[in-house]
Design a protein around this ligand. Structure first.
Ligand code: ADP
Ligand code: MG
Length: 272
């Protein structure tokens, strides 16, 4: 399979030319200064992410995925290069962290309303919306529980609701399902796909899982480390909605094998 020449139409069937970039990442590098000296987390990364696109960042631990996501969210500054967000910019952004980071002394409902508090908006006006989101993600009846009363999957669902509460244009997710068991992860993959199809938010999703990346994405961006850089971009040409069964199909296996080979090749080169 040819690595990622952009096809004329996307998996969603829209012509690429009709979709403007939501995020322009231009020669972005990041060097951390630590007590052991400088760590180059990212070399030079360039990619345009299109409006309404679902993109996955796939790569080994330590290759700079979190760093890139945090720079898009302006939680970290690039050392070189630039990142431009279009549309509502940072105001239109929701972030789901690697760990759910719910606040233990707040109820599930009040956790979902947290970003509204932070923005000094009136939580009351968003209460119905929060209840609706929780219901959509199977958390009806759990609104007044505390996070520690929920399972891992439910906590991640609540974290996604929180990221969505202010209707972001852009949804950034850092391995949101990495700590979940396989069945819960499958369920959440299907729920996330349904949400994305309904809302068409631009989504950047970090994962270690090849299967998850192929299942969810329009494009999978493979990042290699030392220093972190893009080594492949694979377009996933599957119509939606995608059922979990597509994972058994030969085409899905070809996508997965291609990504596995790219990762292995760069892993082997690193160990030489
Ligand atoms: P990933 O999310 O792909 O696992 P990270 O973006 O977390 O990778 O980290 C990329 C590299 O940068 C790693 O070598 C990591 O140790 C280093 N790094 C990340 N954050 C910091 C920091 N705050 N200070 C120093 N080094 C860091
Ligand atoms: Mg990470």
């Amino acid at each position: 399979m040819a690595p990622a020449a952009l096809s004329k139409t996307s998996a969603s069937g829209e012509p690429e030319t009709a979709r403007s970039p939501a995020i322009e990442i231009d020669a972005v590098g990041k060097i951390y200064e630590s007590s052991d000296g400088a760590v180059t987390a990212l070399g030079s990364v360039s990619i345009d992410i299109r409006e309404g696109e679902f993109i996955s960042l796939l790569g080994p631990s330590g290759c700079g995925k979190t760093t890139l996501l945090r720079m898009i969210a302006d939680l970290e500054k690039p050392t070189s290069g630039s990142i431009r967000l279009h549309g509502r910019g940072l105001d239109g952004l929701g972030f789901v962290f690697q760990r759910d980071v719910l606040v233990n002394w707040r109820t599930v409902l009040d956790n979902v309303l947290l970003p509204i508090d932070f923005k000094n908006k009136k939580p009351k006006a968003y209460r119905d919306k929060a209840m609706q989101l929780l219901a959509t993600f199977g958390l009806k009846g759990f609104e007044n529980k505390r996070p520690w009363e929920l399972s891992g999957g439910m906590r991640q669902r609540a974290a996604i609701c929180r990221a969505l509460i202010d209707d972001p244009q852009l949804l950034l997710m850092d391995e949101p399902f990495g700590a979940l068991d396989a069945l819960t992860r499958d369920e959440l993959n299907v729920e996330l796909q349904a949400l994305w199809q309904r809302t068409r938010k631009t989504a950047v999703f970090v994962t270690h899982s090849i299967t998850e990346a192929v299942f969810l994405s329009d494009r999978v961006v493979v990042i290699s480390d030392k220093p972190g850089r893009i080594v492949d971009i694979l377009e996933i040409d599957y119509p939606r909605p995608r059922s979990l069964n597509i994972r058994e199909e030969p085409k899905f296996s070809r996508y997965s094998r291609h990504l596995r080979e790219v990762l292995d090749r760069h892993d082997a080169a690193r160990k030489v």
